[in-house]
Design a protein. Structure first.
Length: 384
Protein backbone atom coordinates (compact mmCIF):
# COMPACT_ATOMS: atom_id res chain seq x y z
CA UNK A 1 0.00 0.00 0.00
CA UNK A 2 1.06 3.55 -0.65
CA UNK A 3 1.26 6.10 2.12
CA UNK A 4 -0.18 9.61 1.86
CA UNK A 5 3.42 10.83 1.90
CA UNK A 6 4.03 9.06 -1.44
CA UNK A 7 1.22 10.84 -3.30
CA UNK A 8 1.68 13.94 -5.43
CA UNK A 9 -1.10 16.09 -3.96
CA UNK A 10 -0.12 19.69 -4.75
CA UNK A 11 -3.03 21.41 -6.47
CA UNK A 12 -5.09 18.21 -6.45
CA UNK A 13 -8.42 17.46 -4.77
CA UNK A 14 -7.67 14.96 -2.01
CA UNK A 15 -10.78 12.99 -1.08
CA UNK A 16 -10.08 11.64 2.40
CA UNK A 17 -12.27 9.18 4.30
CA UNK A 18 -11.99 9.92 8.01
CA UNK A 19 -13.68 8.53 11.10
CA UNK A 20 -15.53 11.48 12.61
CA UNK A 21 -18.11 9.26 14.30
CA UNK A 22 -17.98 11.33 17.49
CA UNK A 23 -20.48 11.96 20.30
CA UNK A 24 -22.56 15.11 19.84
CA UNK A 25 -24.84 16.69 22.43
CA UNK A 26 -26.93 19.81 21.89
CA UNK A 27 -25.10 20.56 18.65
CA UNK A 28 -21.61 20.32 20.16
CA UNK A 29 -18.93 17.65 19.87
CA UNK A 30 -18.35 16.28 23.40
CA UNK A 31 -15.26 14.15 22.64
CA UNK A 32 -12.95 15.13 19.78
CA UNK A 33 -10.49 12.22 20.16
CA UNK A 34 -11.26 10.76 16.73
CA UNK A 35 -11.09 14.16 15.05
CA UNK A 36 -7.67 14.86 16.54
CA UNK A 37 -6.46 11.39 15.52
CA UNK A 38 -6.65 12.44 11.85
CA UNK A 39 -5.01 15.83 12.33
CA UNK A 40 -1.58 14.66 11.07
CA UNK A 41 -3.11 13.62 7.72
CA UNK A 42 -5.31 16.71 7.52
CA UNK A 43 -2.42 19.08 8.22
CA UNK A 44 -0.14 17.22 5.81
CA UNK A 45 -2.56 17.79 2.92
CA UNK A 46 -3.13 21.44 3.82
CA UNK A 47 0.60 22.15 4.26
CA UNK A 48 1.49 20.48 0.97
CA UNK A 49 -0.93 22.38 -1.25
CA UNK A 50 -3.72 19.87 -1.51
CA UNK A 51 -7.42 20.71 -1.73
CA UNK A 52 -8.89 18.64 1.09
CA UNK A 53 -12.36 17.08 0.95
CA UNK A 54 -13.24 15.11 4.08
CA UNK A 55 -16.00 12.52 4.25
CA UNK A 56 -17.24 10.45 7.18
CA UNK A 57 -20.21 8.68 8.66
CA UNK A 58 -21.85 9.54 11.97
CA UNK A 59 -24.04 7.11 13.88
CA UNK A 60 -26.66 4.95 12.19
CA UNK A 61 -29.18 7.11 10.33
CA UNK A 62 -30.35 4.02 8.39
CA UNK A 63 -29.94 5.56 4.96
CA UNK A 64 -32.12 8.58 5.64
CA UNK A 65 -31.43 12.27 6.19
CA UNK A 66 -31.60 12.89 9.93
CA UNK A 67 -30.43 16.17 11.42
CA UNK A 68 -29.47 14.38 14.66
CA UNK A 69 -26.68 12.69 12.69
CA UNK A 70 -25.50 15.70 10.73
CA UNK A 71 -21.75 16.37 10.58
CA UNK A 72 -22.26 20.16 10.69
CA UNK A 73 -21.15 20.38 14.37
CA UNK A 74 -18.01 18.45 13.43
CA UNK A 75 -17.12 21.07 10.82
CA UNK A 76 -17.44 23.75 13.51
CA UNK A 77 -15.28 21.73 15.89
CA UNK A 78 -12.57 21.08 13.30
CA UNK A 79 -12.55 24.76 12.31
CA UNK A 80 -11.76 25.69 15.92
CA UNK A 81 -9.04 23.05 16.19
CA UNK A 82 -7.36 24.08 12.93
CA UNK A 83 -8.02 27.80 13.51
CA UNK A 84 -9.17 28.09 9.90
CA UNK A 85 -12.47 27.65 8.10
CA UNK A 86 -13.69 24.17 7.32
CA UNK A 87 -16.59 24.65 4.93
CA UNK A 88 -19.51 22.30 5.48
CA UNK A 89 -21.21 20.84 2.37
CA UNK A 90 -24.78 19.69 3.16
CA UNK A 91 -24.71 17.00 0.47
CA UNK A 92 -21.97 14.39 0.18
CA UNK A 93 -22.29 14.00 -3.59
CA UNK A 94 -22.38 17.71 -4.50
CA UNK A 95 -19.38 18.34 -6.79
CA UNK A 96 -19.72 22.04 -7.60
CA UNK A 97 -18.06 23.24 -4.40
CA UNK A 98 -15.05 20.97 -4.87
CA UNK A 99 -14.42 22.40 -8.35
CA UNK A 100 -14.03 25.91 -6.90
CA UNK A 101 -11.46 25.00 -4.25
CA UNK A 102 -8.06 26.66 -3.84
CA UNK A 103 -4.90 25.02 -2.52
CA UNK A 104 -5.15 24.54 1.26
CA UNK A 105 -8.97 24.75 1.33
CA UNK A 106 -10.81 22.20 3.49
CA UNK A 107 -14.37 20.93 3.05
CA UNK A 108 -16.37 18.46 5.13
CA UNK A 109 -19.16 16.57 3.35
CA UNK A 110 -22.43 15.60 4.99
CA UNK A 111 -22.86 12.11 6.50
CA UNK A 112 -22.23 9.47 3.81
CA UNK A 113 -24.74 7.17 5.55
CA UNK A 114 -27.61 9.51 4.70
CA UNK A 115 -27.67 7.45 1.51
CA UNK A 116 -28.67 3.76 1.87
CA UNK A 117 -26.22 2.81 -0.87
CA UNK A 118 -23.25 3.54 1.42
CA UNK A 119 -23.66 0.46 3.59
CA UNK A 120 -24.41 -1.70 0.53
CA UNK A 121 -20.97 -0.95 -0.96
CA UNK A 122 -22.81 0.32 -4.02
CA UNK A 123 -20.57 1.02 -7.02
CA UNK A 124 -22.73 3.76 -8.56
CA UNK A 125 -22.85 5.67 -5.27
CA UNK A 126 -19.11 5.16 -4.88
CA UNK A 127 -18.61 6.58 -8.39
CA UNK A 128 -20.52 9.74 -7.45
CA UNK A 129 -18.33 10.17 -4.37
CA UNK A 130 -15.18 9.51 -6.37
CA UNK A 131 -15.98 12.33 -8.81
CA UNK A 132 -15.29 14.79 -5.98
CA UNK A 133 -11.57 14.04 -5.83
CA UNK A 134 -8.44 13.46 -7.88
CA UNK A 135 -6.77 11.15 -5.35
CA UNK A 136 -8.21 9.03 -2.54
CA UNK A 137 -6.90 8.62 1.00
CA UNK A 138 -8.34 6.37 3.70
CA UNK A 139 -7.55 7.65 7.19
CA UNK A 140 -10.60 6.04 8.83
CA UNK A 141 -9.06 2.97 10.42
CA UNK A 142 -12.18 2.51 12.58
CA UNK A 143 -14.18 1.87 9.39
CA UNK A 144 -11.73 -0.35 7.51
CA UNK A 145 -13.54 -3.51 8.61
CA UNK A 146 -16.68 -2.32 6.77
CA UNK A 147 -17.24 -3.11 3.09
CA UNK A 148 -18.93 0.25 2.50
CA UNK A 149 -18.90 2.47 -0.59
CA UNK A 150 -16.70 5.25 0.84
CA UNK A 151 -14.22 2.68 2.20
CA UNK A 152 -14.04 -0.14 -0.34
CA UNK A 153 -15.96 0.30 -3.62
CA UNK A 154 -14.71 3.86 -4.10
CA UNK A 155 -11.14 2.69 -4.63
CA UNK A 156 -12.10 1.17 -8.02
CA UNK A 157 -12.34 4.71 -9.40
CA UNK A 158 -8.90 5.96 -8.34
CA UNK A 159 -5.52 5.28 -9.88
CA UNK A 160 -3.88 7.18 -7.02
CA UNK A 161 -4.98 5.89 -3.60
CA UNK A 162 -3.21 5.62 -0.27
CA UNK A 163 -3.53 5.10 3.45
CA UNK A 164 -3.54 8.16 5.67
CA UNK A 165 -1.00 8.68 8.44
CA UNK A 166 -3.38 7.39 11.11
CA UNK A 167 -4.08 4.15 9.22
CA UNK A 168 -0.34 3.78 8.62
CA UNK A 169 0.34 4.15 12.34
CA UNK A 170 -2.43 1.73 13.30
CA UNK A 171 -1.12 -0.95 10.95
CA UNK A 172 2.41 -0.42 12.21
CA UNK A 173 1.59 -1.06 15.87
CA UNK A 174 -1.04 -3.76 15.39
CA UNK A 175 1.25 -5.63 12.98
CA UNK A 176 4.01 -5.40 15.57
CA UNK A 177 1.77 -7.22 18.06
CA UNK A 178 1.18 -10.06 15.62
CA UNK A 179 4.59 -10.32 14.00
CA UNK A 180 7.46 -8.97 16.11
CA UNK A 181 6.40 -8.37 19.73
CA UNK A 182 9.10 -8.25 22.38
CA UNK A 183 8.57 -10.87 25.05
CA UNK A 184 7.12 -11.25 27.58
CA UNK A 185 4.02 -10.24 25.62
CA UNK A 186 1.00 -9.81 27.90
CA UNK A 187 -2.58 -9.34 26.65
CA UNK A 188 -5.28 -7.94 28.92
CA UNK A 189 -8.84 -8.53 27.73
CA UNK A 190 -12.01 -7.38 29.47
CA UNK A 191 -15.39 -6.03 28.52
CA UNK A 192 -18.82 -7.55 28.62
CA UNK A 193 -18.88 -10.39 26.11
CA UNK A 194 -16.71 -13.38 25.27
CA UNK A 195 -18.31 -13.38 21.81
CA UNK A 196 -16.53 -10.11 20.94
CA UNK A 197 -13.11 -11.51 21.82
CA UNK A 198 -13.17 -15.18 20.78
CA UNK A 199 -11.26 -14.84 17.50
CA UNK A 200 -8.75 -12.43 19.06
CA UNK A 201 -8.05 -14.86 21.90
CA UNK A 202 -7.61 -17.74 19.47
CA UNK A 203 -5.23 -15.77 17.25
CA UNK A 204 -3.21 -14.24 20.11
CA UNK A 205 -2.77 -17.33 22.28
CA UNK A 206 0.14 -18.78 20.26
CA UNK A 207 1.85 -15.36 20.27
CA UNK A 208 1.50 -14.22 23.89
CA UNK A 209 3.04 -15.30 27.18
CA UNK A 210 0.05 -14.51 29.41
CA UNK A 211 -3.59 -13.52 28.93
CA UNK A 212 -5.22 -11.64 31.81
CA UNK A 213 -9.02 -11.73 31.73
CA UNK A 214 -11.48 -9.39 33.43
CA UNK A 215 -14.81 -7.66 32.92
CA UNK A 216 -18.20 -9.24 32.43
CA UNK A 217 -16.79 -11.88 30.08
CA UNK A 218 -15.07 -13.78 32.92
CA UNK A 219 -18.34 -15.05 34.38
CA UNK A 220 -18.97 -17.25 31.36
CA UNK A 221 -15.50 -18.73 31.99
CA UNK A 222 -16.41 -19.18 35.68
CA UNK A 223 -19.64 -20.92 34.77
CA UNK A 224 -17.70 -23.19 32.44
CA UNK A 225 -15.57 -24.17 35.44
CA UNK A 226 -18.68 -24.90 37.48
CA UNK A 227 -18.54 -21.77 39.67
CA UNK A 228 -21.61 -20.07 41.14
CA UNK A 229 -21.92 -16.66 39.45
CA UNK A 230 -25.15 -15.24 40.95
CA UNK A 231 -26.77 -12.71 38.63
CA UNK A 232 -23.55 -11.90 36.77
CA UNK A 233 -23.38 -11.71 32.99
CA UNK A 234 -23.55 -15.08 31.25
CA UNK A 235 -23.39 -16.21 27.63
CA UNK A 236 -24.80 -19.72 27.88
CA UNK A 237 -24.17 -20.42 24.18
CA UNK A 238 -20.42 -19.89 24.69
CA UNK A 239 -19.89 -22.33 27.59
CA UNK A 240 -18.47 -25.14 25.45
CA UNK A 241 -16.21 -22.69 23.65
CA UNK A 242 -14.70 -21.20 26.82
CA UNK A 243 -13.98 -24.70 28.09
CA UNK A 244 -12.03 -25.37 24.89
CA UNK A 245 -10.20 -22.06 25.23
CA UNK A 246 -9.18 -22.92 28.79
CA UNK A 247 -7.92 -26.32 27.63
CA UNK A 248 -6.03 -24.76 24.72
CA UNK A 249 -4.61 -21.88 26.72
CA UNK A 250 -3.40 -23.94 29.64
CA UNK A 251 -1.41 -21.85 32.10
CA UNK A 252 -1.30 -18.89 29.72
CA UNK A 253 -4.84 -17.81 30.69
CA UNK A 254 -5.28 -16.16 34.07
CA UNK A 255 -8.74 -15.62 35.57
CA UNK A 256 -9.56 -13.41 38.55
CA UNK A 257 -8.97 -14.94 41.99
CA UNK A 258 -11.50 -12.67 43.67
CA UNK A 259 -14.39 -10.50 42.56
CA UNK A 260 -16.06 -7.31 43.79
CA UNK A 261 -19.79 -7.97 43.80
CA UNK A 262 -22.76 -5.63 44.17
CA UNK A 263 -26.37 -6.22 45.09
CA UNK A 264 -27.38 -4.11 42.05
CA UNK A 265 -25.86 -2.20 39.17
CA UNK A 266 -26.01 1.25 40.72
CA UNK A 267 -23.72 3.91 42.17
CA UNK A 268 -25.30 3.32 45.58
CA UNK A 269 -25.04 -0.48 45.47
CA UNK A 270 -23.81 -2.44 48.44
CA UNK A 271 -20.52 -4.13 47.62
CA UNK A 272 -18.12 -6.72 48.98
CA UNK A 273 -15.22 -8.85 47.83
CA UNK A 274 -15.55 -12.62 47.53
CA UNK A 275 -13.48 -15.53 46.27
CA UNK A 276 -14.14 -16.00 42.55
CA UNK A 277 -16.12 -19.24 42.98
CA UNK A 278 -18.27 -17.92 45.82
CA UNK A 279 -20.45 -15.24 44.19
CA UNK A 280 -23.72 -15.19 46.12
CA UNK A 281 -27.18 -15.72 44.69
CA UNK A 282 -28.78 -12.42 43.67
CA UNK A 283 -25.43 -10.55 43.56
CA UNK A 284 -23.57 -9.33 40.46
CA UNK A 285 -19.86 -9.44 39.69
CA UNK A 286 -18.82 -5.86 38.88
CA UNK A 287 -15.01 -5.64 39.24
CA UNK A 288 -11.88 -7.65 39.94
CA UNK A 289 -10.77 -7.85 43.57
CA UNK A 290 -7.58 -6.82 45.40
CA UNK A 291 -5.86 -10.21 45.12
CA UNK A 292 -6.43 -10.22 41.38
CA UNK A 293 -5.16 -6.66 41.03
CA UNK A 294 -1.96 -7.64 42.83
CA UNK A 295 -1.55 -10.77 40.68
CA UNK A 296 -2.20 -8.97 37.39
CA UNK A 297 0.11 -6.09 38.28
CA UNK A 298 2.92 -8.53 39.10
CA UNK A 299 2.51 -10.18 35.68
CA UNK A 300 2.44 -6.80 33.91
CA UNK A 301 5.65 -5.85 35.73
CA UNK A 302 7.48 -8.39 33.57
CA UNK A 303 6.00 -7.27 30.25
CA UNK A 304 7.91 -5.78 27.33
CA UNK A 305 4.79 -5.68 25.12
CA UNK A 306 1.21 -5.13 26.33
CA UNK A 307 -2.10 -5.11 24.50
CA UNK A 308 -5.21 -4.07 26.45
CA UNK A 309 -8.81 -4.13 25.23
CA UNK A 310 -11.79 -4.00 27.58
CA UNK A 311 -12.21 -2.66 31.14
CA UNK A 312 -11.91 -4.90 34.19
CA UNK A 313 -15.27 -3.85 35.61
CA UNK A 314 -18.01 -1.25 35.52
CA UNK A 315 -15.50 1.61 35.75
CA UNK A 316 -18.18 4.20 34.94
CA UNK A 317 -19.32 3.74 38.55
CA UNK A 318 -16.55 4.87 40.91
CA UNK A 319 -17.39 2.11 43.41
CA UNK A 320 -16.43 -0.48 40.81
CA UNK A 321 -13.56 1.30 39.05
CA UNK A 322 -10.59 0.15 41.16
CA UNK A 323 -9.62 -2.79 38.96
CA UNK A 324 -9.66 -0.84 35.70
CA UNK A 325 -7.84 2.10 37.33
CA UNK A 326 -5.12 -0.19 38.74
CA UNK A 327 -4.51 -1.89 35.39
CA UNK A 328 -4.40 1.48 33.60
CA UNK A 329 -1.93 2.80 36.16
CA UNK A 330 0.36 -0.21 35.84
CA UNK A 331 0.33 -0.16 32.03
CA UNK A 332 1.02 3.59 32.04
CA UNK A 333 4.10 3.25 34.22
CA UNK A 334 5.66 0.35 32.32
CA UNK A 335 8.64 0.98 30.03
CA UNK A 336 7.24 -1.29 27.34
CA UNK A 337 5.40 -1.09 24.03
CA UNK A 338 1.81 -0.54 25.15
CA UNK A 339 -1.16 -0.62 22.78
CA UNK A 340 -4.70 0.12 23.94
CA UNK A 341 -7.85 -0.39 21.88
CA UNK A 342 -11.61 -0.23 22.21
CA UNK A 343 -13.94 2.67 23.01
CA UNK A 344 -14.53 1.77 26.65
CA UNK A 345 -10.82 1.19 27.27
CA UNK A 346 -9.95 4.55 25.74
CA UNK A 347 -12.66 6.19 27.85
CA UNK A 348 -11.18 4.59 30.96
CA UNK A 349 -7.63 5.68 30.14
CA UNK A 350 -8.88 9.22 29.51
CA UNK A 351 -10.90 9.21 32.73
CA UNK A 352 -7.88 8.24 34.82
CA UNK A 353 -5.51 10.60 33.00
CA UNK A 354 -3.15 8.10 31.36
CA UNK A 355 -3.83 8.69 27.66
CA UNK A 356 -0.44 10.36 27.12
CA UNK A 357 1.44 7.55 28.87
CA UNK A 358 0.88 4.71 26.41
CA UNK A 359 2.67 3.99 23.16
CA UNK A 360 -0.40 3.82 20.94
CA UNK A 361 -4.14 4.22 21.43
CA UNK A 362 -5.98 2.45 18.62
CA UNK A 363 -9.04 4.30 17.36
CA UNK A 364 -10.21 1.16 15.61
CA UNK A 365 -12.46 -0.61 18.08
CA UNK A 366 -13.96 -3.41 16.02
CA UNK A 367 -11.40 -2.91 13.26
CA UNK A 368 -8.44 -3.39 15.60
CA UNK A 369 -10.00 -6.54 17.05
CA UNK A 370 -10.61 -7.98 13.59
CA UNK A 371 -7.05 -7.11 12.55
CA UNK A 372 -5.66 -8.87 15.63
CA UNK A 373 -7.96 -11.81 14.97
CA UNK A 374 -6.17 -12.23 11.65
CA UNK A 375 -9.19 -11.31 9.55
CA UNK A 376 -9.03 -9.40 6.26
CA UNK A 377 -10.24 -5.80 6.47
CA UNK A 378 -12.06 -4.68 3.28
CA UNK A 379 -10.85 -1.09 3.57
CA UNK A 380 -7.22 -2.21 3.81
CA UNK A 381 -7.47 -4.78 1.02
CA UNK A 382 -8.99 -2.11 -1.24
CA UNK A 383 -5.82 -0.01 -0.93
CA UNK A 384 -3.45 -2.82 -1.83
Amino acid sequence: MKSLRELDIKGKRVLMRVDFNVPIKEGKVTDDTRIRASLPSIKYVIDNGGKLILMSHLGRPKGKINEAFSLRPVADCLSKILKRQVKFIPCCIESQATNLMQEGDTLLLENVRFHPEEENNDLEYAKKLAQLGDVYVNDAFGSTHRAHSSVAAITFYFREKAMGLLVEKEIKYLSLLLETPKHPFIAVLGGAKVADKIEVIQNLLPRIDKLLLGGGMVFTFFKGLGYEIGNSLLETDKLDLVKKLLDTGGNKILLPKDIVIGDKLDKDAQKKEVVADKIEQGWIGLDIGKQTITLYQSVLNTAKTIFWNGPMGVFELDRFADGTRAIANKIAEREATTVIGGGDTIAAVNKFGYSDKVTHISTGGGASLEFLAGLKLPGIEALE
